[in-house]
Design a protein around this ligand. Structure first.
Ligand code: FES
Length: 301
């Protein structure tokens, strides 16, 4: 823990990290097909953690088979190692794409995580070569070192996700109102402007176009930026931080790097006020009815 704190404070790496970030952003620009692909927008979940399972699984399996050490397990270990090394390439690409969206302390930990993984991959490539050349003992030592460094690096990856909350849905713990709650006076909601309001301490984004009123969580599911600071185009809101685009009617992700839809609210007008309540997750993606005639009034909670 002391080490991660120290890494988080290492501002000296920032200029180099910014340079690499610029290069990565050039190769994987925001709102591009490759960004969506590497972020996991197309599967609705971050891609990098899924791919790491393949690499870690094959590398650890190869290491364990190395310990058994007979001719049959040696061949299996060699093959597993090769599969792990090849699958490390898309894993690194997805990780770099995610890393390029970070800043500050999280980016520094991400840099150390990436360095550790790159070192582990280099050692495994050398181990693979040693296996082909018949230097079994050297190969095993190289794999042992790679697994050790990879383990330390995985700790940093865990720190990023579970301590810093990188890659998690930033709206997961919002206390969305289940009952109708007033959010703003009808007259205070101008047409064609993104407005931020609060209900139950949760920030809500409101947008009116004609008779239609849209309400989403104001927090971007990607890294938590405020959506009302973004722009509306074609009835979708674009986050100002990394360019994720969410459809206003149902919160669907039109463009990544976000992978999780924005939480959506039902909207109605009552006594000159606009009221909202949570739209059940099962109803996300379904178009709301007229805001004057809410569709869920007859249902239980
Ligand atoms: S915070 Fe990254 S796209 Fe919104």
């Amino acid at each position: 823990m002391r080490l991660t704190t120290r890494i988080e404070q290492m501002e000296s790496v920032d200029p180099f990290a910014r340079l690499v970030q610029k290069l990565v952003s050039r190769a994987v620009p925001q709102q591009s097909l490759q960004k969506d692909l590497l972020s996991g927008t197309w599967i609705g979940r971050p891609l990098h953690p899924i791919l790491t399972d393949v690499v870690i699984g094959t590398w650890i399996s190869a290491f364990l088979l190395d310990l058994l050490s007979d001719e049959r397990t040696e061949r299996a270990a060699d093959r597993l190692l090769s599969i792990g090394n090849v699958s490390a390439l898309p894993t690194i690409a997805a990780g770099l794409s995610d890393w390029s969206d970070l800043w500050g302390a999280q980016q520094r930990v991400g840099s150390a995580h990436a360095l550790g993984n790159t070192a582990a991959l280099c050692l495994q490539i050398l181990s693979s070569r040693a296996r082909k050349n018949g230097s079994r003992k050297a190969a095993k030592l190289l794999t042992l070192a790679a697994v050790g460094i990879g383990g330390g690096s995985a700790y940093l990856g865990g720190h990023l996700s579970f301590v810093n909350g990188v890659g998690v849905n930033r709206t997961a713990f919002e206390a969305w109102p289940q009952e109708w709650m007033p959010v703003i006076a009808d007259d205070d909601l101008p047409e064609g402007t993104l407005i931020e309001s609060k209900v139950n301490e949760v920030r809500v984004l409101l947008y009116k176009e004609g008779e239609e009123i849209y309400a989403l969580s104001d927090r971007c599911t990607h890294r938590g930026c405020r959506l009302h600071l973004g722009q509306v185009k074609d009835l979708s809101v674009e986050c100002s931080c990394h360019g994720s685009i969410f459809r206003l009617s149902d919160g669907a992700v039109i463009r990544g790097p976000a992978t999780v839809p924005a939480p959506v609210y039902e909207v109605r007008r009552r006594d000159g006020r606009i009221e909202v309540r949570r739209l059940l997750r099962s109803q996300w993606g379904t178009k709301r009815t007229d805001p004057n005639q809410p569709s869920r009034d007859q249902e239980g909670p």
